[in-house]
Design a protein around this ligand. Sequence first.
Ligand code: FAD
Length: 480
Amino acid sequence: MPSTAILWLRRDLRLDDNPALQAALVDCARLVPVYVYDPDSEAPWAPGAASRWWLHGSLSSLDQALQAFGSRLLIARGDSLAELRRIVAATGATRIHWNRLYDPTSRERDGRIKQALRADGLRVDSHNASLLFEPWEIATGTGEPYRVFTAFWRRCAARLSDVRPLPAPAVLPPPPESLDSLPLERLGLLPTIPWDAGLRETWTPGETAALEHARTFLRDRVRGYATVRDLPAQAGTSELSPHLHFGEIGPRRMIAMVKEQWDDPTADPVESFVREIGWREFAHHLIYHYPHTTDEPLDRRFAALPWREDDAERMLRAWQRGETGIPLVDAGMRQLWHTGWMHNRVRMVVASFLTKNLRLPWQAGARWFWDTLVDADLAANSLGWQWSAGCGADAAPYFRIFNPVLQGERFDKAGTYVRRWCPELARLPDKYIHQPWTAPAALLGHAGIRIGRDYPAPIVDLKASREAALAAYEVVKTAA
Ligand code: FAD
């Protein structure tokens, strides 16, 4: 019997490879695609300012795509369950479909909503749109979750031939006529003070842009990915992370697009790029199995690590503003502020600097990233921070402390990246671009720089702060 079905969209803002959409379409006379903005239910991880900016663009794009099919996006705001019940009552819907989320807050909320709607007599089904494999499908020989990436990815990679995305629908049933949507602007996702010029210059949210971006990357740049992916001055990585986070493109479509061009996605020249999709998968595996790792170290010995107590606020602020006096760190933090994104190599450097040289808690860094990244993703962000701080799964050992000067000299040899984001250093010769405080006074004068006035003196001594971090780490080594 044809029925009315609700498609509850969340971080699957696309028509392509959307299993909840395809399931909702079966015997469907009327389809109600709905997005409920309910930040309270996501607390303490409600979307940050940069994510809200992206969400606005993504919802607008999805609505346009639906309208091209004679459908439209119904936007609501408030408690998710109450809003869904209101829409059920208004439409006579008998079914509701959504795609699963794997972070602890969403799981708790969605489980509760599923139970309540089933008790109301609705048919409720959830599906997988955002991962290659469900986190519970991939397990060690003894049935345990993986904590080491290589073994995890070996298991996943062996199954990549099974990965098949669903096509976008060819037609969509109309929505019920008399259903009012909240205007998108009423969600208040865009900033009231216009700080978002850099975001607008850099990004185009939405499924159409995501697919186009993926196609261009795979056609023109993926071949060089393995060699240039660590060079922050080059557009060497895909920059697909916000599109993947909001589900404007899914990982199954990514793998299928790779397979259209190369037989084996786990061989050169695409292996290293596909492996990063594997890290995304691993992040979700971890957050599903170890939900406390959004706030607490996976390696519990690290709970004993003594963080800095003196001057912590000033240090954190200098890091956030890109005013630490360490050029590669400052360039990264300014790229983040301006564009809502930071190159992965630099993310690792700024995270190491915060947690080791400044000895400030990784949670403080994760929070700042949460508010400023357009790709802020609880699974990837928690993994990235714990990896950098040495306390996560398969983490960089704590005692391996990145030296931001050497990292700069290795990965930004000519200082192009630093010059772009710290223009006050632009006239320094390459030799000093990553450590301006060591330049002779005459040379600094010639380049128009007074350290401490035009550009900050380093807020910590790199060598002494490294030694202090290693001393603090002794506590962890002996913790039970
Ligand atoms: P590519 O190199 O082109 O990789 C392709 C895709 O693979 C990415 O879009 C992303 O979805 C995934 N991916 C790549 N590296 C990782 C990784 N290490 N972990 C998980 N997934 C990965 N990534 C986020 O998407 N959101 C975050 O909030 C986030 N926070 C991070 C915090 C820290 C401290 C660190 C060190 C890393 C973080 N990352 C995060 C991972 C990584 O930096 C970004 O995914 C990557 O820089 C995005 O750029 P790209 O799309 O060009 O990546």
